[in-house]
Design a protein around this ligand. Sequence first.
Ligand code: ASP
Length: 338
Amino acid sequence: MTKILIIYTGGTIGMVNDAQTGALIPFDFKQIQQNVPELARLNYQLDVHSFDPILDSSNMNPVIWAELAGIIGDSYHDYDGFVILHGSDTMAYTASALSFMLKNLNKPVVLTGSQLPIGEIRTDAKENLITALEIVATKNKGKAMVPEVCIYFDYQLFRGNRAIKYNSEKFEAFLSPNYHILAEAGVNLSFYSNYINPHPLEELRIQSRFNANIGVLKLYPGITPQAVQAITRSSVDAIILETFGSGNTTTASWFIASLQEAIDQDKLIVDISQCQGGSVELGKYETSKRLQQMGIISGFDMTFEATVTKLMYLMGQDLSHAQIAFLMEQSIRGELTS
Ligand code: ASP
């Protein structure tokens, strides 16, 4: 019998109307089978690990990511896979962080949630939960069909470190702008196996140390030296530079000098684009040639969420600056196309 561990962290999905007051209150996922009777028809053994207290996902942080990875690690051999119920707001960050922490994953870890609480009549929660469970249970020649950390939402399965939450109202809340979806749920579940990571040859290894001392500098025309230097002269260890188009910045000499000063103080600088689709191409235009010469790291087509979590993850390992810079530009879990 398929065995799945449901890890309930919180978020809108777990809310029901209180019978007396009508207010939205957290639902007891320990009684999930009574509350979602459709689950019994799946014929899986479902165990539930519920966070206490449950969290709005805006309160997620690297300590909780590590806790999640630990729960998966501790019960890895007891289950066919894992469904994590999570608020949608920071789901793409948690999915990205888990993808980096869980090296050589060969079981599915599917995050899902919903835009409407499970207790609402028009809820999207039941479909998201039921299909996420079916995806986890799907096997190909006895092996998990999707040995990856993914997000399932509104009939689509995304690679976790490629997804972004782009809409706060639509049921279709997520997008994967630079990578094909992994599966789609229609009348049948269709898997796009060419895009799914292969099964690893080695055993799962969990690395859950992060260094969160990073800063973000989002550029805009007219940005002042004070605004730039508030980040470049701060005590962060690394900076994510959110640039224009294919990785371009102003060529103003004070700006370039501020970046150089940060590099001279051993700060890593990663260039990602403000455009959701497409990739950074350092050196394509005059306005990014200088950045390339200075040793600024290309984030290629990584999402902001993947860049933040990958940088924190790599900086948390015992790696030299040169190794971090090298790995930031490589795909380590399918998070970028270089
Ligand atoms: N604020 C909620 C959360 O991210 C929204 C949701 O569950 O979708 O926890």
